[in-house]
Design a protein around this ligand. Structure first.
Ligand code: ATR
Length: 272
């Protein structure tokens, strides 16, 4: 039977096995999906061995999303642009193809959650400049967003993204983050900031306007502080759980031969 898995270190927190095993059962497909705890030192050897053991592909998560690029035989253009891969497919000859589906998952989730969303209606405001922000920014550009305001606590990381993704990006200082929301028609939080504790989301949100599409990559809790306040301000809000689910679709389809649905059934499974 075809095998797939998720490679990371640590790996026990990964929600991907739950997702893919649910889809396999739902469609009655032969196959399995396992968590694989792999250290950095073992990564090249393990990846090379997987196709020989019946694996058709794998997801890659922290901390291997960048280093896997130099192990793969072929890297997709979008994975190269993002500088990270999260999905591997193995050819019959053992060749390793690396792709990044995070940007796809981000866009598919926004389009499903906010069907009237127009990426070119106005500027997008992106909070955070980590790995997830790179996928978000590249897909916003691909979708036709002309101007992206980008802010990050550590400003040089935002400057690096501007250097990599070009002049559509305007870097905004972290202390000015609230201001960039005023004329944004899309707002995306890619930081790990949550609702309570030291890493609480404290950006002032009174600039949010009615009708703005607001999404948060954080999905625990599902309704983050940003989404709650955005909803109260009359924004269209989309939670981040769907991005996690949608990013798994291309891999699952490629490995197991059936395009899985993203609906309430799978959302409920991921919340249980
Ligand atoms: P991911 O792959 O999810 O983007 P990451 O690369 O670790 O993860 O990025 C985490 C993001 O959350 C960064 O933008 C980080 O800001 P810094 O670059 O300044 O570290 C942001 N972040 C995490 N904790 C934060 C905090 N307490 N305040 C502000 N930003 C924070």
């Amino acid at each position: 039977i075809p095998l797939a898995g998720v490679i990371g270190c640590p790996i026990s927190h990964s929600r991907s096995p739950k997702l893919h095993k649910f889809w396999l059962a739902r469609y009655g497909l032969a196959g399995d999906y396992v968590p694989l705890h792999v250290t950095e030192a073992d990564l090249p050897g393990v990846i090379r061995a997987l196709p020989k053991m019946g694996f058709v592909g794998a997801n890659v998560t922290i901390p291997h999303k960048v280093s896997v690029l130099s192990i793969a035989d072929q890297v997709s253009d979008r994975a190269t642009l993002i500088g990270a891969a999260n999905t591997l497919a193995f050819g019959a000859d053992g060749r390793i193809y690396a792709d990044n589906t995070d940007g796809y998952g981000f866009l598919a989730n926004l389009r499903q959650g906010a069907p009237d969303w127009d990426p070119s209606a106005g500027p997008a405001a992106v909070l955070g400049a980590g790995g997830a922000a790179r996928a978000v920014i590249s897909s916003l550009i691909e979708a036709g967003t002309k101007e992206i305001y980008l802010t990050n606590r550590t400003r040089p990381k935002a400057e690096t993204l501007r250097h990599d993704f070009g002049s559509r990006i305007t870097v905004v200082d972290w202390v000015q983050a609230g201001n960039m929301l005023e004329d944004a028609t899309t707002v995306v939080n890619t930081t790990s900031l949550g609702m309570t504790g030291a890493a609480e989301f404290r950006v002032p949100l009174d600039g949010l306007r009615r009708g703005t599409v607001v999404t948060d990559l954080v999905y625990t809790p599902l309704r983050t502080k940003l989404l709650q306040e955005a909803e109260a301000a009359g924004c269209v809000t989309v939670d981040g759980l769907g991005m996690l689910i949608h990013q798994g679709v291309p891999g699952f389809e490629r490995w197991f031969g059936r395009r899985p649905e993203v609906d309430d059934l799978v959302r409920q499974e991921m919340l249980s």
